[in-house]
Design a protein around this ligand. Structure first.
Ligand code: HEC
Ligand code: HEC
Length: 307
């Protein structure tokens, strides 16, 4: 882990490669499917007791995650990990904290069947949705066919998720040469690179493209039992290894970390620099980096405006 870290550190600091790329302004989305998926995303029909929708834990109007330490699903049951954002998740190389789903199409089956999230099965979903005339009409227009299948329902939600991108962040405009950053934001970006944050948080999502250890330099909460990478690989060295989270819209997704332990960005930066870089940041460095991170807030996904 440390060797790879050094290699990235050298590449991103000595070579003139811009390690972050902007979100494209044109993305490929099937709008008819995505609009159908949008309606489904907000619908509690998918949960056993009609209490929970995807939106319950992923507030797409406010950062795409929820403000709880662990999410709450059907019958007020508690989950076992913090809810990550669904915004820009199409750019993550895997889904879930431990990457157990290859893509959004694979991920979607997780929450539906999870006994503490929606607690549903394909047959019940098909039975419920086919009873609703409005959905029958909408699906028939988009997919054809007389009755709605579970696969079509999942496909539509995934297409909605594909449309959940937040372009035109101030930082993206800076990357495209459209504006200058303020002094503190610019300084924050320099520190972000200089201190080595960029070794793990880079690419289009400023994260979301590798697995890394929480505690690369100093062990982090060894006693905990979260669904980390070791639960997939059974390799004990993968204890506390997670997919690096995206930092886009990070100012809106408190609390932070898989365990929701950091309440503010400042607190998260303190923990990150200590455990993953082995450094203690000065107060003004933290402030500048927070100013930089706020430039990663993008525009609301367009699909949310369309009625
Ligand atoms: C009860 C709260 C809850 C509900 C309801 C819920 N989720 Fe999640 N979602 C979570 C949590 C918690 C995770 C992280 C689980 C993990 O990584 O082990 C997650 C992870 C995800 C991810 C992966 C993001 C990433 O970066 O890895 C996506 C995408 C997602 N959910 C979409 C959905 C969709 C679509 C629905 C509705 C079908 C849904 N969720 C319903 C809480 C919820
Ligand atoms: C060795 C890789 C690595 C380095 C270096 C690193 N991070 Fe992280 N970062 C991670 C991982 C992995 C997580 C998820 C940790 C967890 O949830 O337990 C994370 C989480 C975060 C979070 C919380 C994200 C969320 O959604 O909860 C923030 C904010 C963050 N990092 C910022 C930074 C900053 C700023 C720096 C530099 C001071 C930095 N990181 C350096 C790997 C790294």
């Amino acid at each position: 882990m440390k060797k790879l870290f050094l290699l990235h550190f050298i590449i991103f600091n000595l070579c003139a490669i811009e390690p972050i790329s902007p979100i494209p302004l044109d993305i490929e989305v099937d709008h008819a499917k995505a609009n159908l998926g949008k309606k489904l995303f907000f619908d509690t029909l998918f949960s056993r007791d009609n209490s929970t929708s995807c939106f319950s834990c992923h507030d797409v109007y406010d950062g795409g995650a929820d403000a709880k330490i662990v999410s709450i699903g059907v019958e007020d049951k508690k989950g076992n990990i913090q809810s990550p954002t669904v915004l820009n998740s199409r750019y993550n190389f895997r889904q879930f904290w431990n990457g157990r789903a290859r893509d959004l199409g694979e991920q979607i089956h997780g929450p539906i069947h999870n006994p503490v999230e929606h607690d549903m099965d394909a047959k019940t979903i098909e039975a419920r949705i086919n009873e609703m005339v409005e959905y029958r009409e909408m699906f028939s227009e988009v997919y054809g066919g007389a009755s709605i299948t579970y696969e079509q329902v999942m496909d539509a939600i995934v297409e909605f998720e594909n449309a959940l991108v937040t372009p035109n962040a101030k930082f993206d405009k800076f990357l495209r040469g459209e504006l200058e950053l303020d002094k503190d934001e610019k300084e924050g970006y320099v520190l972000f690179k200089k201190n080595g944050c960029i070794t793990c948080h880079n690419g289009i999502n400023i994260g979301g493209n590798s697995f890394q250890k929480m505690g690369t330099f100093m062990e982090y909460n060894e006693e905990s039992d979260y669904p980390d990478r070791s639960k997939i690989t059974t390799n004990p060295e993968h204890k506390n290894v997670f997919k690096v989270p995206t930092l886009r819209n990070i100012s809106k997704t408190a609390p932070y970390f898989h365990d929701g332990s950091a309440k503010t960005l400042k607190e998260a930066l303190g923990v990150m620099s200590k455990h993953n870089l082995g450094i203690i940041l000065k107060e003004h460095e933290v402030e500048d980096m927070v100013a930089f991170l706020k430039t990663l807030d993008g525009e609301m996904p367009k699909i949310l405006d369309i009625k």
